[in-house]
Design a protein around this ligand. Structure first.
Ligand SMILES: [Zn+2]
Length: 292
């Protein structure tokens, strides 16, 4: 079933948790290209997908967050863009079968339009290329995530809509300022995100990463203050990232995250998962709180 139809049945769906932090725990070295693991460590990547499916995820996302041609070129892998994205989606589809959703992950390119690093055409072309390969590999959803600039996010959504028939999700990353209001690093508020991303053609809008699940309750309320109907997705980090002995540590337990789920649902969320620091145990507990 199309994910939008599932949401219309008033179901709260469960997505998956972190990939990057788990790849690191499986031996991904600093400075290594995580997305190349789709080719070189296929079974490890597939195991992660399977562990989330076992935890109850309705949606699993691909290991392709940094697999735009622009980012892969930094590793000398630009020419492998299609192959890497295709493999990322194929691994998840193989694990998920036809009953679960595969979301092709697209992250920021690291280039800023505002600084003249890149042109709109170059960004659109890069996001189109990535979206096409993800859909061909088996993704039924494209998720544009961890965005902070509205112009880049909007080009990614437009490219995914124009070049695939996938459902398109966009989630941006917010932090709270001293006045208690939320903005991305580039100054976009949740309310502004809703307006600009709907205009770009997003089917589902929300937030990921950030500073823990509690702040997501406010962010969902802000989104719902401007739109009562757009499906909303939240994938929170397991707390505020803390740097301890050169390692990033996330302290929210599965139980702590799950305890915020009822309030998050009351605020109007439709899909819940996790971001950095979350594990299959977090997803399983969140699933229980959803009522699985
Ligand atoms: Zn994150």
């Amino acid at each position: 079933m199309n994910i939008l139809d599932e949401i219309k049945l008033n179901k709260v769906l469960l997505s998956d948790g972190a990939l990057g932090t788990i790849l690191q725990s499986k031996g991904l070295k600093p400075g290594e290209c995580p997305e190349l693991w789709n080719i070189t460590h296929r079974s490890e990547v597939k195991q992660i997908a399977e562990s989330y499916l076992q935890a109850g995820s309705d949606i699993i996302s691909t290991n392709s967050f940094g697999a735009s041609r622009i980012k892969l070129s930094q590793y000398g892998l630009g020419e492998s863009t299609s192959e890497i994205n295709h493999a990322a989606a194929a691994i998840c589809r193989e694990a998920a079968g036809n009953d679960k959703h595969v979301a092709g992950s697209i992250g920021p390119t690291g280039k800023m339009l505002l600084m003249g690093d890149v042109t709109e055409e170059e960004l659109f072309e890069a996001f189109s290329e990535q979206s096409i390969a993800l859909e061909k590999g088996g993704a039924d959803i494209i998720i544009v995530e961890t965005m902070s600039a509205a112009d880049e996010a909007s080009l990614a959504v437009k490219a995914a809509r124009a070049s695939t028939s996938c459902t398109v999700i966009i989630t941006m990353t917010f932090s709270k300022d001293m006045n208690g209001s939320y903005h991305t690093m580039m100054g976009v508020s949740p309310e502004e995100m809703v307006i600009s991303m709907k205009e770009a053609g997003a089917h589902i809008i929300g937030s990921n990463c950030g500073n823990g699940i509690r702040e997501m309750i406010d962010i969902v309320r802000n989104i719902r203050s401007v739109d009562k109907w757009i499906p909303v997705m939240i994938q929170a980090n397991a707390g505020i990232p803390e740097l301890i002995d050169g390692r990033t540590v996330f302290r929210e337990s599965p139980e702590m995250m799950a305890s915020c789920v009822p309030e998050l649902i009351k605020s109007g969320v439709n899909i819940i998962g996790g971001c950095c620091g979350t594990t299959p145990s977090h997803i399983m507990e969140i699933g229980k709180a959803i009522g699985r």
